[in-house]
Write a protein that binds this ligand. Structure first.
Ligand code: GLN
Length: 320
């Protein structure tokens, strides 16, 4: 067991912020025009504890594009609806070892499911959201679930949605290729549109930290006290995050950081330490795999200072 006070945890978070804020490496995503224009200097870290206490430093109220972090939320929604076994059979829970938008992954695994945490599986996951064929109600269900997990409402960044909708040709190819392999379960264009919309939701680092804490807390939102899901879903979703949260860099990430985390090209990263805490960091410049450089560095710094690893035997106990 590794005990730490809330004060000490806060001090480590602040140290991580100071230590990482000068790192100017990486580059904003530019294949989505909106993201290229976001201020590259923004940086924030937020930690939410299972008792609802929030600690944060930097730009944690700035609203940025949730992008691929939303894949986690919608994966939870369909696991809740269909059960983990069915989701594994219809989509999968495997690592692709390839970039998030890989067409090759679909070709290689055409007889074999992949995961809701890469673009192909995420579009497929959206297609499974009920009621099938009803875009408006599906969107309401997607959004309500994300709001429940984050503990407050997210709103669409209209400009991002438009920007992404006019440039998402690769994802359109993915949607239709899924159709070819009978791995999409609603209209491909409708599914692609809803996927694009969920990626264009605006979120803050604090909201992502609440979502991470809800997952760390077995589905009980520490802020609203709402039981968003139950039945062991946390173990399933954390397995998926641990397997593929950083795409082709996931093995290196989990090995070196010790915390399962999911990234998005908007610069957000959401990390879950089961039973202990939820953490989010945000900084727009990305590495070559599309993961925020500063956010990765900050999470790694904090985990190293805490001296725990998800696969280690030491549990983190946070005390008053
Ligand atoms: N909406 C983005 C895309 O489909 C999400 C990618 C990401 O965040 N890795 O390309």
């Amino acid at each position: 067991m590794r005990r730490i006070t809330k004060e000490a945890l806060k001090a480590i978070m602040n140290e991580a912020y100071t230590n990482c804020r000068e790192d100017n490496s990486g580059k904003n995503a530019d294949y989505i025009p909106y993201l290229a224009k976001v201020d590259s200097n923004l940086f924030g870290i937020a930690i939410c504890l299972p008792d609802g206490e929030m600690m944060s430093v930097g730009d944690c109220d700035y609203i940025f594009g949730i992008e691929s972090v939303s894949k986690v939320m919608t994966a939870i929604l369909i696991i809740k609806k269909y059960g983990a076994e069915t989701v594994m059979n219809m989509i999968g829970a495997d690592a692709t070892g390839l970039p998030f938008n890989s067409i090759m992954a679909i070709l290689l695994e055409n007889d074999h499911p992949s995961t809701p945490l890469v673009n192909a599986g995420a579009i497929s996951a959206v297609s499974m959201v009920t009621p099938v064929g009803d875009s408006k109600s599906k969107w309401e269900n997607i959004l309500a679930n994300i709001n429940d997990l984050c503990g407050s409402e997210l709103t669409l960044i209209d400009e991002l949605y438009k920007s992404e909708s006019i440039s998402n040709f690769n994802n359109r190819a993915i949607a239709w290729l899924l159709k070819n392999y009978e791995r999409i379960y609603d209209n491909p264009e409708l599914s692609l549109d809803l996927y694009t919309r969920q990626c264009s939701l605006g979120v803050t680092a604090k909201q992502l930290a609440v979502c991470a804490a809800t997952i760390a807390n077995n589905g009980l939102n520490p802020l609203t006290k709402k039981q968003v899901y139950n039945n062991g879903i946390s173990a399933k979703i954390i397995s998926m995050i641990a397997a593929v949260g950083f795409y082709e860099n996931t093995g290196d990430w989990i090995f070196s950081s010790g915390i399962p985390a999911k990234s998005g090209v908007g610069g957000g990263i959401m990390g879950v330490l089961p039973g202990a805490l939820g953490i989010a960091a945000f900084a727009p410049p990305l590495d070559g795999a599309g993961n925020s450089v500063k956010a990765q560095k900050a999470l790694k710094y904090i985990m190293q200072r805490l001296g725990v690893h998800i696969f280690g035997s030491e549990r983190l106990i946070i005390e008053n």
